[in-house]
Design a protein around this ligand. Sequence first.
Ligand SMILES: [Fe+2]
Ligand SMILES: [Fe+2]
Length: 297
Amino acid sequence: MLAELEPTAVKLLERHLTTAKEWFPHELVPWSRGRDFDEGERWDPAASKLCEGARSALFLNILTEDNLPHYYRTINAHFGNDGVWGEWNRRWTAEEGRHAIVIRDYLAVTRSIDMRELERARMRQVSMGIVPNPDSIADGIVYVALQELATRISHRNTGKLLNDPEGFAIMSRVAADENLHHLFYRDLVSAALELDPSRMVAAIERQVRSFEMPGAGIEDFKTHARVIAEAGVYDFASHHDQILIPVVFKHWRVEQLQNLKSAAEQARERLVKHVEKVGNVAKRMKSRLAPRPAAIV
Ligand SMILES: [Fe+2]
Ligand SMILES: [Fe+2]
């Protein structure tokens, strides 16, 4: 599959490189709002006016970004180091690296979070190295297509919640990177659907049904995920309305695919039912049942 997708990947990488705009994390950080930390200094929650949802979202977002070495390892194991695949993975890694840089600098200067607690959490998280590891190339590209979009939505909504134009600009900039990553993988999946629709529909069904955000290995992930769902950063409704419907149904046109093998037909039926179920849960949540995180769909 990788060999067949290679010409598409070359075009998508070229498109990515011409669309991506250079940016500098240090130019977005409001350094003048910061001051030195004393050794062992305790964090004062009163130093920041952030709501609990924004704090949880920033905590999950940065720890997820911090796990980059393990995403690189996983993608490298699937795609290899050579040709366009290696080139894409290295470029993608370089872009992702600046996300943790800019968010961490923002958190430190604004004292939005307990930086000692965050560093300990980062050490635990990266030492564990738990990241999603889809079973095949087909599953992998579907997962990252969905996950990059979910991450874009989460960063952007987090930015809105900060109530701080400088924080909003940072999160929007990061979200713009995630969007370009999403477009690369989304269109790679479209090409793969043309090559082998039955295999891809089965992969889409598996990945949609088992979807979890990449931060699922983070300590207290479910609690934080619930808090961010309640704050509207990422919940069932965003998962359904902004990912499953526009990508799976409108863009990949899964319902219109012809000549599927019978196992793929059955997978498509399960997929359609699952998405309907997520949509129903999202509607119930909106009518004020206790919110739950999309990560446990
Ligand atoms: Fe990122
Ligand atoms: Fe990304």
